[in-house]
Design a protein around this ligand. Sequence first.
Ligand SMILES: [Zn+2]
Length: 427
Amino acid sequence: MAAAENRLESQSGDAGTGVGPLHLSTAAPALPLRQVVFEAVRAKGRAARSELARGLNVSPASVSAVTNDLIGAGYLAETRAALRDADTGRGRPPVALCVRADAGHVAGIKIAQTGHTAVVHDFAGREVASVTVPGDGPRLDGAAAAGRVETLLREVLRRADLPTEALLAVGVGLPGFIDSAAGTVLWSPLLDERNLRFAADIAGRVGLPVVIDNDANLLTLAELWFGSGRAVSNFAVVTIEHGVGMGLVIDNRLYRGARGLGTELGHMKVHLDGALCQCGQRGCLEAYVSDYALLREAGTALAWQGANADPAVVLESLYAHAKAGNEAARSIFRRAGRYLAVGLGNVINLFDPELVLISGARMRYDYLYADEVLAEMRRMAILVDRPAPRVEAHVWGDLIWARGAAALALSQTTTDRLGAGGLVAAQ
Ligand SMILES: [Zn+2]
């Protein structure tokens, strides 16, 4: 302690040394007004210039200047305002702005063991077409996975009746550790290669900008763009499927960490020298909660045969046994639920979110959002005289992940075309 104090004293005593953060926040003020206004119009669906000026606390003249640029470049159009948006009912008919949906399209693709999905969205963010196909199981090589993305893209464009040239960007999601900024898959349970430059491989095939991310981040983006997270500044999404994933929105933006490895809740250690995880380490949360953890226990506790049985069938059977009162089966779910409660309680204590969304195909297993799990979670959260975070369980359809990938592509292409680099006219 004494050493630390000495260091502080000597630093603050240095003449000519500044004080305070050396890097400014990279949050919203760094965006040009043009992009801020455009994104506000897209988020509202339709907005009058006066309403934008008030909402963004800038002068009407500044809003008029950038909206004129955006109309000229083909991104915004004038439309009739809803009456409540109009300043007065007198004189000229009330005019609002909306996004030109035809300014460009993006595709979102999710590849997974059990199935692949793809969607196309227009520039206003609306879904135009979708496709779902069966998965290829685990351990594709990189070329096969990139080829699968290319095939899906062709099929969803055919359904949207659009040429490839209509697309501005493609977002792709998959499970694993992914460095989104670098476009690299560091490790994925789907792929038999590490450190794969997946975004560049796909871009080389399809001739479009490609941005990749892990599936939990995509689900979180889907909540932020289309779901319960739209109006919530700080929230966490926890997914339970083959693994346990988490996405975190801080100050209205997805938090990824320094190396793209942030918020790996599934690999939070909940037991010293505990059960073996598929990441190779021991005691990770997902080694107690995810599908493969339940399967491992099912095999032991129920002494079932059939190492080659379909995992989905075994899980269904385990669930049926639990519901029918089989004590061993019930104890497996109860234990998993208690570990989940530990993980959720830690998330609340670390990040203090307003909202925790629990999501995943396995959610149909009541144990995961059972009242006793949530009660245990609350017991582990720091108790103060403030309301506890809201917790919602969501059961999404297959397409939600691909929609998140489309949001990722839309976000990227909006920055590329309207952001600080300058305004690029729509095609
Ligand atoms: Zn792990």
